[in-house]
Design a protein around this ligand. Structure first.
Ligand SMILES: Nc1ncnc2c1ncn2[C@@H]1O[C@H](COP(=O)(O)OP(=O)(O)OP(=O)(O)O)[C@@H](O)[C@H]1O
Ligand SMILES: [Mg+2]
Length: 274
């Protein structure tokens, strides 16, 4: 199983949109996918049409020991399952603060029950608190969505430092594997310039031995597309809401890239099929 945390402590950069639609694209391509919503805002759950009532149990109950993952996981489609969140999760940061081994709780709970999946994706909150640390400890890979505007790299050193500390102390398997450029305004000079800066920044890191030494920027850029912003209010992934949109096209392409199928091979395959 590949397990991937989607993190950036900056808000509104495209974490949830990427977590939901990449999960849906991987599921549509035949992989068994589990999406874990680890954000108290529960946006990923709502995006997939799942709003828990106050009496239903969520990932919060798993973290505090009131439920097993198998009791709360929901099947969204044949290949896509969701571990839902609820606003209750906001309390977890405080409640877990005094627990011994608080950063490894999620890893231990997931280890028991998620072996049947090909992919586990975790949508993280916009902070580097105990929830995000739990995600980083439970996965092997980090994807970093960035919005290509002039502050894109601001705050990145804190995030990379956090990943490095987790690698040293809690999870030696962790690797920042990919930067996803989201809300890309193709045709603007700013987007092109910032993308070049981001590529250069990560290219420079290859000389270091840090957890991000192998990070690359995905060739697939997620273009700004209004359909992606509309889909959550219908409780649908982009593939159900607007399957022909640029948004659907881009996340389908990202899924191919994530699976290691290069864009060149993909276009040869689609040309051969046509
Ligand atoms: N490619 C895109 N084109 C247009 N709108 C987008 C795109 N990606 C995301 N959005 C919209 O931008 C907003 C922020 O995106 P999203 O919720 O995915 O960010 P986030 O990083 O998860 O935010 P938070 O930090 O609050 O969790 C949402 O309204 C979303 O619908
Ligand atoms: Mg989000």
């Amino acid at each position: 199983m590949r397990s991937i945390a989607i993190i950036n402590q900056k808000g509104g950069v495209g974490k949830t949109t990427t977590a939901v639609n990449l999960s849906a694209a991987l599921a549509a391509a035949g992989h068994k996918v589990c999406l874990l919503d680890l954000d108290p805002q529960a946006h990923a759950s709502l995006h997939l049409g799942i709003a828990l009532s106050d009496s239903e149990r969520s990932i919060y109950d798993v973290l505090i020991g009131n439920a097993a993952v198998s009791e709360i996981v929901q099947e969204v489609t044949d290949n896509l399952s969701l571990i839902p969140s609820h606003l209750d999760l906001a309390a977890a940061e405080l409640e877990l603060a005094s627990e011994v081994g608080r950063e490894v709780i999620l890893r231990d709970k997931l280890a028991l029950e998620t072996n049947d999946f090909d992919f586990m994706l975790i949508d993280c909150p916009p902070s580097l608190g105990v929830l995000t640390l739990n995600a980083l400890t439970a996965v092997n890979e980090v994807f970093l969505p960035l919005q290509p505007h002039f502050l894109a790299l601001h705050g990145l050193s804190k995030l990379l430092q956090t990943i490095d500390l987790v690698t040293q102390r809690l999870n030696s398997n962790l690797m920042l594997s990919g930067v996803v450029l989201c809300m890309y305004d193709s045709g603007t000079r700013l987007a092109a310039e910032v993308s070049a800066d981001v590529r250069e920044f990560f290219a420079r890191q290859t000389v270091s031995k840090g957890a991000w030494a192998n990070a690359r920027t995905f060739d697939t850029r997620i273009r700004r597309n209004i359909r992606l912003a509309e889909a959550p209010s219908f409780g649908q992934s982009i593939f159900d809401y607007a399957p022909q949109s640029h948004g659907a096209e881009d996340y389908r392409q990202l899924a191919r890239e994530v699976c290691g199928l290069s864009s060149a091979r993909a276009s040869i395959a689609s040309a051969a099929a046509a």
